[in-house]
Design a protein around this ligand. Structure first.
Ligand SMILES: Nc1nc2c(ncn2[C@@H]2O[C@H](COP(=O)(O)OP(=O)(O)O)[C@@H](O)[C@H]2O)c(=O)[nH]1
Ligand SMILES: [Mg+2]
Length: 359
């Protein structure tokens, strides 16, 4: 799963990309204006994995990850730049919104920038819909097919929504309609996190960004979140280790580096949850979409395990931690469940798959 960074030039996208992925790509203070396209992997912080790792002392501990792409900046009216496969292929968008002062730019306006970006996404989708509708119209005049007639009907409905400035992610479409438009990868359909990059001096007010910048109405939309970070502060935090970092954060009144929250928000925005596998060799978080069946969850570990799936042994995180990771104790308490292939795995469950691969 992949999240695409989007936003105006100099909003802090590359700075945030570096923070999310641990990369060190030059930011635009030194930039020559060339088109950038950085990709990297972000690790999702999870206190449960830390705890399980402390209990099982495995040789290896593996956190959940997702991919991040840092795309070129998109200014108002430049939506042609949105029509790239990198944008289209992203599963969700992370919109970096500048709220810090930059002497080279005008005063920050997070609400205007967020609304402008939504408008660009909507207009880009509208162009795609209109182009397709013209083709369909011509094709249907020549020869009528049910599939195309159906597509025309669904697209006409999307067009109405887009024309009234409704992003497609706000529509609840019947399953059949979703199928009819599956090939399109609409931009305004992607879940979005507007991440306000606040001024260093405003970090203590981070939790109130929605109210401060009048973003409440945007926050209330479906599949839309508001987050915040001060990228410059986070760069400093990232340079510090252990006690020094803790002291610096305490000074700022922060419980943890803000980037950890952004990482978790991105993960949730992508619709992902984690289940865990534990053992002497490895404690590991595996990513699955919400509502994944046990057999498909097994497939995240290995396709053979899904194919030869027999049963999943499942225990909740809290139960396992309560007995300090002792499986004999969990069994004795009757808390180790045996689940079949259609069982829906929940976030935080520890799974062990029984399987049998025939030759
Ligand atoms: N004061 C301040 N400057 C920032 C912050 N985030 C990024 N910058 C600076 O803004 C400039 C543009 O950042 P960059 O990440 O390259 O933006 P991009 O064009 O969106 O990729 C750089 O000089 C950054 O150091 C921030 O939170 N506060
Ligand atoms: Mg950049």
């Amino acid at each position: 799963m992949k999240i695409g960074l989007i936003g105006l030039p100099r909003s802090g996208k590359t700075t945030l990309f570096n923070l999310l992925t641990g990369a060190r790509v030059a930011t635009s203070r030194y930039d020559t204006g060339r088109v950038e396209l950085n990709t990297g992997v972000a690790r999702v912080p999870d206190a449960r994995v830390d705890r399980l790792s402390a209990l099982f002392k495995p040789k290896k501990t593996t956190f959940a990850t997702f991919d991040v792409v840092d795309l070129a900046g998109i200014a108002k009216g430049e939506r042609a730049g949105l029509d790239t496969k990198e944008f289209r292929n992203a599963d969700a968008l992370l919109h970096v919104v500048r709220a810090f002062a930059d002497p080279a730019l005008d005063a920050p306006a997070p609400r205007r920038d967020s609304e402008d970006l939504e408008t660009e996404l909507i207009l880009a989708d509208l162009e795609v819909v209109e182009r397709r509708l013209e083709r369909l119209d011509a094709s249907l005049k020549k020869r009528r097919t049910d599939v195309e007639a159906r597509e025309q009907e669904v697209l006409a409905r999307l067009k109405t929504a887009l024309e009234s400035e409704t992003p497609l992610r706000a529509l609840t479409l019947p399953e059949d309609d979703v199928k009819a438009i599956r090939g399109f990868t609409f931009l305004s359909q992607k879940p979005i996190l507007h991440c306000v990059n606040v001024d260093e001096k405003a970090v203590t007010e981070g939790d109130r960004v929605a109210a401060t910048y009048g973003l409440e109405a945007i926050a209330a939309r479906p599949h839309t979140r508001i987050g915040w970070v001060s990228a410059v502060i986070e760069m400093e935090v990232a340079e510090l280790a252990g006690d020094e970092q803790a002291a610096f954060l305490a000074d700022l009144g922060l419980k943890e580096p803000a980037i950890r929250r952004v990482l978790r928000d991105c993960y949730a925005l992508l619709g992902l949850i984690s289940f865990f596998t534990v053992g002497e060799d490895e404690v590991r978080a595996w990513s699955i979409p919400q509502q994944t069946r046990a057999q498909d969850a097994a497939g995240a570990v290995h396709s053979d395990i899904a194919r030869g799936f027999i049963r999943a042994e499942v225990v909740g995180y809290d139960e396992l931690v309560a007995v300090e990771g002792s499986f004999p104790d969990i069994r004795a308490k009757g808390q180790l469940r045996l689940e079949g292939k259609d069982y829906v795995v929940r976030d935080g469950e520890i799974c062990h798959f029984r399987f049998n691969v025939g030759k």
